[in-house]
Each structure stands twice: as structure tokens, then as C-alpha cells.
Design a protein around this ligand. Structure first.
Ligand code: 48H
Length: 257
């Protein structure tokens, strides 16, 4: 006979063990869009203790809906080997342009990242950072429903050797650091430079170039990198997001070693 209390205990104990194992991380990734998931995959594959925190129920950020709700995305030559590594089927459109079913892309990236050992926590919003010894040293976490309803519930905290802001256009972690701590970033202005208008070619290059450390302990990837360092947007071409996630992982791995 199945026992309802045993089912409840199974969920509570397993989840708590997963969360406890993420309280002292090598890398804490904020945001489960394409760049965050890809970064998580490569970091986990390298044996790092890495947790990814996503405020929504679903994982995948802005990738589900392709362009304007047509659920296909475009990738370019440079991103093809990476996409193939995730077992995603690629269709050639014309020389240099390929399409991928966006739902297959999200599902496959997520599956491989989890299998590599990435710990994913959905429905958790990052509301602040831990700031110690002049560097970003962790995250302040709360349930998304608490954040959405504005209930006065104090958060919990985790430590991490590095934090990756992969929150997309708003660059929420960098924004919190600047707003709450008044810190100068490693940007040309010392502040958040801001995202520029559309240029797909430049935007794709900017995304990868801008993937770096914005402040001691805090890296940026994807659209958050462009919002922080200043870069064009590119629309529904996703190669730059994937390559940015990979670059973020590689740079952080070097620092951890
Ligand atoms: C927890 C949070 C918080 C928070 C946000 O926007 P994303 O898909 O991120 P990227 O940068 O990997 O990909 C960008 C791409 O989707 C895109 O928007 C493109 C290519 N735009 C081009 C254009 O021209 O517009 O995902 C970010 C994720 C989302 O799932 C958010 O819910 C999540 O981060 N997030 N999670 N705590 N404080 N803030």
C-alpha cells in the first residue's frame, strides 16, 4: 500500500539534501536562459559544485518562443559544434544559417546539464548578493511567490566562490550590486553601460566579447553581458548565447584552478 506520508518525506528529504549541497558552491548561476544552462553544463562537466537558480517555474528563459512566438531559433556556423554536442538536430536554411526547434533546444540543453551534475532550483528568486572582503561571495535567495506577493519573509543565504549573472536583459545581479553597494564595475564608465539597439552581427560578437568578470567574484553572460558592458541586441539568433555560456564556464574554471 502506498503511503502518502512516505511520498511527502521522500520529496522533503531529497530536496533538502539537494539544497544543502548547494549552500557552499564553486559557482552560483542566476538565470536559466540559454547562456546560464550552457555555462552550468560545462562547469558541472568539469566537476565543479554548481547551482543554477531560476525565478520562474520553467527553465529556458527567452529561448522557448523563438522569434515572436514562432518556436524556431537560428544559429550560425560558429555555434554548430556546441549545439551538436547537446544532441540537438540542426536544419540548414542557407549557407551560414541553421534553424533549431526551440523546444528541442531547451529540453536537450536542460537534460544534458542535469545529467552532467548541474543542480537546478526553479521558483527561487535572487533578491540580493553576499558582499564580503570587497567581492561578491554568494546569493540571497527567496521563493518567487514571496517576491511576487510582496510578503515580508526574510530570505536565506548561500556562499559561492563565483557568481554568474545570466539574468538576460535586466542584468539583475549586477544591477543589485550597483544599486545597493554603489560599486564601480570593470566597464568603461564604471557603471552599467546598457544594451544597444539591433545589429545581429555585432550583437553576436558583443555577447561573447562582453562575457567576463564585471566585478571581483561576479561574471556576466548572455544579454546580461551586453547590458553590463554595452552591446547590441541580435534578435532570435542564439549562437552567441551558447558560446557566451561556454566562455563564462571556461573563464571561471581557470580561476577556480
Ligand atoms: C532568478 C532570474 C532573476 C532573478 C532573471 O533572458 P534569458 O533567456 O537569458 P540569456 O542571456 O541566456 O539569453 C537571452 C535570450 O533569451 C534573449 O533574450 C535574446 C537572444 N534576445 C535578443 C533580443 O534582441 O531581444 O534568461 C534569463 C533568465 C530568465 O529565465 C529569468 O526568469 C531569470 O533569468 N531571472 N532568476 N533570480 N533575480 N532575474
Amino acid at each position: 500500500m502506498l503511503n502518502e506520508v512516505t511520498i511527502t518525506k521522500a520529496i522533503l528529504e531529497t530536496y533538502m539534501n539537494k539544497l544543502k549541497s548547494a549552500l557552499e558552491l564553486d559557482v552560483a548561476i542566476v538565470g536559466a536562459g540559454p547562456s546560464g544552462i550552457v555555462a552550468g553544463y560545462y562547469l558541472a562537466k568539469a566537476g565543479k559544485n554548481v547551482g543554477l537558480f531560476e525565478k520562474k517555474i520553467s527553465i529556458g528563459g527567452g529561448m522557448w518562443c523563438g522569434g515572436m512566438m514562432f518556436n524556431e531559433i537560428v544559429i550560425q556556423d560558429a555555434a554548430k559544434p556546441l549545439v551538436e554536442e547537446f544532441g540537438v538536430r540542426i536544419k540548414k536554411f542557407e549557407d551560414g544559417y541553421y534553424t533549431v526547434d526551440s523546444i528541442e533546444a531547451v529540453s536537450s540543453l536542460t537534460y544534458h546539464a542535469l545529467q552532467a551534475g548541474l543542480k537546478i532550483f526553479n521558483l527561487i528568486t535572487i533578491e540580493d548578493i553576499v558582499f564580503k572582503n570587497g567581492r561578491v561571495s554568494g546569493l540571497v535567495i527567496n521563493w518567487t511567490p514571496v517576491d511576487m506577493t510582496g510578503l515580508h519573509v526574510d530570505p536565506l543565504t548561500l556562499h559561492s566562490r563565483f557568481v554568474l549573472d545570466a539574468t538576460g536583459h535586466p542584468s539583475n545581479v549586477v544591477e543589485a550590486l550597483v544599486r545597493k553597494m554603489g560599486m564601480k564595475l570593470n566597464t568603461v564608465t564604471g557603471g552599467m553601460v546598457g544594451e544597444k539597439s539591433m545589429d545581429a552581427h555585432l550583437g553576436e560578437m558583443n555577447t561573447v566579447e562582453n562575457t567576463r568578470e564585471a566585478f571581483p567574484g561576479l561574471y556576466v553572460s548572455g544579454m546580461a553581458a551586453n547590458a553590463t558592458f554595452g552591446g547590441y541586441r541580435m534578435g532570435p539568433i542564439f549562437g552567441g548565447m551558447f558560446l557566451s555560456g561556454k566562455k563564462a564556464a571556461e573563464e571561471i574554471i581557470k580561476r577556480l584552478e
